[in-house]
Design a binder for this molecule. Structure first.
Ligand code: MG
Length: 405
């Protein structure tokens, strides 16, 4: 049997007006959720996730049970946002450790992660990050496109690639934690990890004092470092720890739920053959026509809803559409930018060849300029040469991508 003691601390921070983080911890589950969205919507999303995961995990304390609890929370947040337009765009991260029962009866800690809240393990004063951030900048570090140092100040470091409340389909990182008695686990929102260095986190979280004091001192230190975001901490310490019979480490994707069936064209044709033309049949045909027209409109919207950067005969260019087209909708070349495709760093040249998706035209232009600037600054400057950098002015920037506040 695995057992832990626990403590929590949270604070709105210095800059924010409300605390949109939510937490839960008891003898079998520890969870931090960092909500996002305008008004109070982020708060709604993080609280919903916390309550749903808590209730469903307590009903089924297995790996599958915790996985399904997070999946259910995701769908519930999406459904709630559809019912309440003022909550459109709300979402939340979730990082959770559950003491899960396996088929052999072993109870062991299992980590679940979606987003950029973090889990660290502390042993003998040393700290190890257990979770991977699901943000654009950190994904690019793992791909080799950015260095960890570049990621710290990158403009897309807060843009999440995964969160609850975004899509029906969700990818969740699941991994067994191999713990020993005396080990501590720190779960936190990015309001803590962005403010404190790894050394400070290790020192404060593993301090030989009560868990309550350590948790409170972590939050206080983050506030003293700026407190620019909500700060939440769950600190666990194992009294007894066992390892799962079959430890796991994988990313699990949920499947999109089945789509509700639309009126059958075959059924409409059959009705016509019988020439039983009633007002109901006419209405059915009309509705079918509307469904088809709606489907075509949605297809057109999807086909041209995004932008990407690609090479256009040696020039960095912005295209609108999907790189390989959608049915008969081919992507459109919108603008050749004043950057040669060769005037980029090697990793960016390779990325450009594969195309780089961006949510808006403005984001595409901004990122192209960023890549070119990175190339300029990475080159040794010739002693007497001045390089002119062309500036592209963007009249308005409208970003539809969900960025964390
Ligand atoms: Mg945050």
């Amino acid at each position: 049997m695995t057992r832990w003691r626990y403590a929590t601390a949270t604070d709105t921070g210095i800059v924010r007006e409300t605390n949109q983080d939510a937490m839960f911890v008891d003898e079998s589950l520890a969870l931090v959720a960092d909500g996002m969205g305008g008004h109070a919507a982020g708060d709604v999303a993080s609280v919903m996730a916390t309550q749903i995961v808590r209730d469903l995990f307590h009903a089924d304390s297995t790996v599958e049970g915790l996985y399904e609890a997070i999946e259910a929370a995701n769908l519930a947040i999406i459904a709630d946002a559809k019912e309440h337009p003022d909550r459109f765009g709300m979402g939340t991260t979730v990082i959770a450790v559950g003491l899960t029962h396996d088929s052999a009866g072993v109870i062991s800690p299992t980590l679940f992660n979606v987003g950029d809240s973090r889990a660290y393990q502390l042993r003998d004063g040393a700290l190890r990050q257990l979770s991977e951030d699901h943000s654009v900048a950190e994904e690019w570090v793992r791909m080799g496109r950015l260095t960890p140092e570049e990621a710290i100040t990158h403009p897309r470091r807060h843009q999440l690639t995964r969160a609850l409340g975004v899509e029906d389909s969700l990818e969740i990182d699941v991994s067994s934690i191999i713990a020993m008695p005396g080990d501590r686990i720190l779960l936190c929102s990015d309001g803590l990890s962005n403010e404190l260095s790894v050394d400070s986190l290790a020192k404060l979280a593993s301090a030989p004092k009560s868990l309550e004091d350590a948790a409170n001192e972590l939050v206080t230190a983050a506030k003293h470092s700026g407190g620019r975001d909500n700060i939440s901490v769950v600190l666990l310490e194992f009294d007894e720890a066992h390892t799962a019979t079959t430890p796991i480490k994988k990313t699990v994707s949920t499947k999109a739920p089945p789509v509700a069936s639309s009126p059958s064209p075959g059924r409409a044709r059959s009705t016509r053959r019988r020439r039983v033309v009633t007002w109901r049949a006419s209405l059915g045909v009309l509705l079918l026509g509307m469904v088809v027209a709606g489907a075509v409109a949605i297809m057109h919207w999807y086909a041209y809803s995004s932008f990407y950067l690609a090479d256009d005969a040696g020039t960095v260019a912005v295209y609108q559409g999907q790189p390989n087209g959608v049915l008969w909708y081919k992507p459109n070349l919108i603008l050749d930018l004043p950057y040669s495709s060769r005037q980029l760093r090697n990793a960016d040249i390779r990325a450009l060849r594969a195309t780089i998706s961006e949510p808006t035209f403005a984001a595409a232009v901004t990122f192209a300029k960023y890549m070119h600037t990175q190339w300029l600054t990475s080159r040794p400057l010739p002693p007497t040469t001045t390089t002119a950098v062309t500036t592209t002015t963007i009249k308005s920037v409208t970003t539809t991508t969900k960025a964390k506040g």
